[in-house]
Design a protein around this ligand. Structure first.
Ligand SMILES: NC(=O)c1ccc[n+]([C@@H]2O[C@H](COP(=O)([O-])OP(=O)(O)OC[C@H]3O[C@@H](n4cnc5c(N)ncnc54)[C@H](OP(=O)(O)O)[C@@H]3O)[C@@H](O)[C@H]2O)c1
Length: 341
């Protein structure tokens, strides 16, 4: 099969599309024909050895895949060949085929196509786990979303709206602010136009945001700490700015703020320590809820560009240059709209 293969963290040219053997089927594994593989900011970190989910070269990147089941191991009970599914994988997704443990495979409603589907196993799932499970966002609360037009930012806006929150979205270009508006943000904050904390305080009657969803870090984190409400919850999602901020424990103390770390991979078994019993069922219920919301039109994943497998470098360059709104998709097999549903 054709696959993107990384052979060195130091030499980007050593990552290319190669012909390699398809992975062997395991007893609890599901072999997929990959129609869409997600490309994400995290791939940039993985390909340079800077991600917590570190693989050693040679490896194939890609953690989000959607496609059709080709074969199942003998212990698989929930899906069968021909099913349309989406799956999260620790690595290996940017390839024509992948073998995924059954526990991270989720059946797709007919109304959700493959490009939409790859937004779910990581970024909508992270938004849901952060806002619903960890921050316990209540209807009527205010959620501030940093990096609001990125993949996780748009997902967070939509999930927060589904939870009944009022959403303040921070972004840095007109096109990104417009995307945040289209995806349901109630208040748009242009970070070029003036201090973000003042804009948040103005939009909340001086109280601040009850919940912050921060995939950016650096200045965006520091700004959020200045305008989070008393009893607020700040979700640490990622550091797209490249700067891991310090916690500002003094502000956390005086404002009764809870700073919450969140790694979605822990819930799907990618961390060193496994999650507690019952987590698999909880994850499946969350994915079913999210895919149901998508089938109902309440979630509208946005794919801003599509490339064949050989276009993975251009896809990564788009992410690196901050040109992406929502997600970029790779199509390992030629895209056929009829087959995508
Ligand atoms: N914790 C988890 O389980 C989890 C799950 C998913 C993603 N993540 C992490 O979350 C982070 C964001 O992921 P994403 O998929 O949302 O990324 P993305 O689509 O590339 O969006 C990141 C946003 O951050 C803003 N940004 C500010 N400074 C930036 C910089 N120097 N370079 C790039 N973007 C910058 C940009 O918005 P403006 O241009 O408007 O400022 C951009 O839209 C990554 O670190 C990723 O690894 C973590």
């Amino acid at each position: 099969m054709r696959a993107v293969v990384c052979r060195s963290f130091d030499d980007p040219a050593a990552t290319r599309v190669e012909d390699i053997d398809a992975p062997p089927l395991t007893d609890d594994g599901v072999r997929l024909r990959v129609h869409t593989a997600g490309v994400s900011f995290a791939n940039l970190l993985v390909l340079t050895g800077r991600h917590q989910n570190r693989a050693e070269p040679p490896f194939t990147p890609g953690t989000e895949v959607a496609g059709v089941v080709l074969a199942c191991g003998p212990r698989v009970t929930r899906v069968r060949p021909g099913d349309r599914v989406v799956a999260g994988v620790r690595a290996g997704g940017q390839a024509e085929e992948v073998v995924v443990p059954e526990r991270t495979v989720y059946p797709l409603p007919d109304a959700v196509d493959f490009d939409q589907a790859v937004h779910f196993p990581t970024i909508y799932a992270t938004a849901y786990a952060g806002l619903a499970w960890r921050a316990r966002t209540e209807p009527g609360e205010t959620v501030l979303v940093n990096g609001a037009a990125g993949g996780s930012g748009l997902a967070a806006i939509e999930v927060a709206k589904c939870l009944g929150a009022r959403v303040l979205a921070v972004a840095g270009t007109d096109a990104k602010l417009d995307a945040a508006r289209r995806h349901g943000a109630d208040v748009l904050i242009d970070r070029r136009a003036g201090p973000v904390p003042q804009a948040v305080l103005d939009a909340t009657g001086g109280r601040g945001a009850d919940v912050v969803f921060d995939p950016v870090g650096g200045d965006a984190y520091r700004d959020a700490m200045r305008c989070i409400a008393p009893d607020g919850r700040l979700l640490l999602i990622g550091f797209a700015s490249g700067e891991i901020p310090s916690v500002a424990a003094n502000i956390a103390l005086v404002k009764n703020v809870t700073v919450i770390g969140l790694y979605w991979g822990y819930y799907v078994g990618w961390a060193r320590v496994p999650p507690p019993p019952g987590t698999e069922a909880r994850v499946h219920a969350a994915l079913a809820t999210l895919l149901g919301w998508c089938a109902d039109g309440r979630l509208r994943p946005e794919t801003c560009a599509r490339f064949p497998l050989e276009g993975f470098r251009e896809a990564l360059a788009m992410i690196e240059s901050r040109a992406v709104i929502g997600r970029v998709a790779l199509h390992p097999v030629p895209w056929a709209p009829a087959a995508a549903r």
